[in-house]
Ligand binder design. Sequence first.
Ligand SMILES: [Zn+2]
Ligand SMILES: [Zn+2]
Length: 221
Amino acid sequence: MICELKYEIKKLLDSQQGLEVDKKGKEYIIQGLYKYSLDYNGCIIQGKREIKLVVQDDFPNSIPKLYISNYPEHIEHIYADGNVCLATTGEMIYFLNENPSLISFINRFVNSFIYTLDWFDKYKTYPFGDRKHGYRGSIDYYLNDLKLTESQYKKMVWMILNDKYRGHTLCICKSGKKLRNCHGKYILPIIKNDLYKREFLHEAYNILIKDGKNVQRKSTK
Ligand SMILES: [Zn+2]
Ligand SMILES: [Zn+2]
């Protein structure tokens, strides 16, 4: 993977003259002026913005982190240190497992956040609906996108915490299908990867004690 990551970083820098990369230990720190032209439903926004993207060399086994230093007051999803909560951990893990590519990750999560940022600058609203910050936003992904109930989500957490995945048993969502033909595709990538598992359980801890909003995401170094 390292080889592909280096190739992708080079490709990114070739197309983004304002960005530079610095390798510090296991981290690639990509920062500078990021130029964008993004189209959502025909509504195009473009500009340049100072960003910092931290990518571990074990990518895609760890989730890249985006930092923004200049942002509008009152916008959600940016912590005091500039770290952006791009999406629910489970959503990013599922995406990376299906698309193990830094460029795809940037297109999907970084660009949509930058779109949100510009939109919020102009209109003080959120273009993609009001994704809630902290545990409320996180649990919404599992309830709305994965169509689980709260107690089914807890079963998912329990299964991941205790390594109790059995593909041939009935799915937690009561669809009547086997786990492997149903929600297994969301659960298995997390169980199989210790780093994903740690991130997922950290998020689950925040969701279940319901104070994600006030808890800083711990660095996973
Ligand atoms: Zn957030
Ligand atoms: Zn299911």
